[in-house]
Write a protein that binds this ligand. Sequence first.
Ligand code: ADP
Length: 380
Amino acid sequence: MESNAPTTTSNPAPAVDAPDNANAECVGPSSEKAGKSSACAGCPNQQACSSGAFNSPEAKAKAQEEAERLQSSFHNVSHTILVLSGKGGVGKSTVAAQLAHTLASEGYAVGLLDVDLCGPSAPRMVLGDHHRTAQITQSASGGWIPVYNPDHPNLACMSISFLLQDHDSAVVWRGPRKNGLIQQFLTQVDWTGETDGLDYLIVDTPPGTSDEHISTVQYLQKAGPSTISGAILVTTPEEVSMADVRKELNFCQKTNVPILGVVENMGQYITTLPKLRFLSPDGKTDCTDDILKQLQESCPQILSTLVTATIYPPTGGGPKAMAEQYQVPYWGVLPMDPDLLQACESGKAFVEACPDSMAAKALQCFCKNITTKLPVEEIE
Ligand code: ADP
């Protein structure tokens, strides 16, 4: 299996972790600039860092131990892909879940790790109603066994919602506790399953560049610089969403996470006339049946013609121009499609439910980009 997963031999000694309350642009306690960089100004750890307290042999041994634990968790994961968005509601979880479904329906072994601790959507989108009763179990080695899709044993999901007794309860945690859980998710999930490891682990992150992102990226990179194969950025085409995606692009560049592609979601609505509702001019009466009947009689071919509307008019050149500006690949539009929403609600693979739709073709194309850029050994 061609793998980007970390090896235990080639990585340099891991850096000591930034403390949880460090400034966002922390240079790392083991850096020569620790305590002296401009990013250290105002950090509560500045004094301790410049004294070398975080760089003690004990701290280094702890970092080494953590790195080894991560390396062993990821040794059977070929590629780890982060799915990021600047804002909530732009379709990040939809893209993450449907990429996982599409890759799984092509035969790859796929895991979806949901680190959106406060708004976990992945379990419903991957497992449908099964997510309500699904429970994680422990493997012989004490790791968590993720929950597998009932129709696709090569598609697994792990989320905080499996650990909550009440799926509707809110997670109200401060940074250090969230960081601790993310660390557990990254080191304790046993992805071995029936497939002997994963071809692709897709990580659904919360929107923005929050603690969870910084923790996820930092922990994964502790296992080795190539542990994160890349990130997919999801945005809607208007400036309000793109402004925050630029921050994600900068975050990825600063943290050396390669950007695989930018997905423009919901820019276009594509459907056929029979799926629309027609209203009277005052908006009060539904005249769909009458209009469809008239169309059926006078020009039936129009009923199968695709019709489109622009829901979010792109600002400036839209996500395509943004991707060009940052010199990262633009993957294209994932159209808004009510059937796609339905597939997500029921935890189904949209490419199997509506294989001829434009949105299914877009998803297949995105997956082709993934499998071309991040190949794994031939699957049967
Ligand atoms: P985020 O993870 O960015 O917060 P979600 O993926 O949860 O956003 O999407 C928000 C809602 O929009 C969900 O109900 C989802 O099914 C729907 N949605 C997202 N993308 C599409 C799309 N292309 N077509 C139809 N519905 C979509």
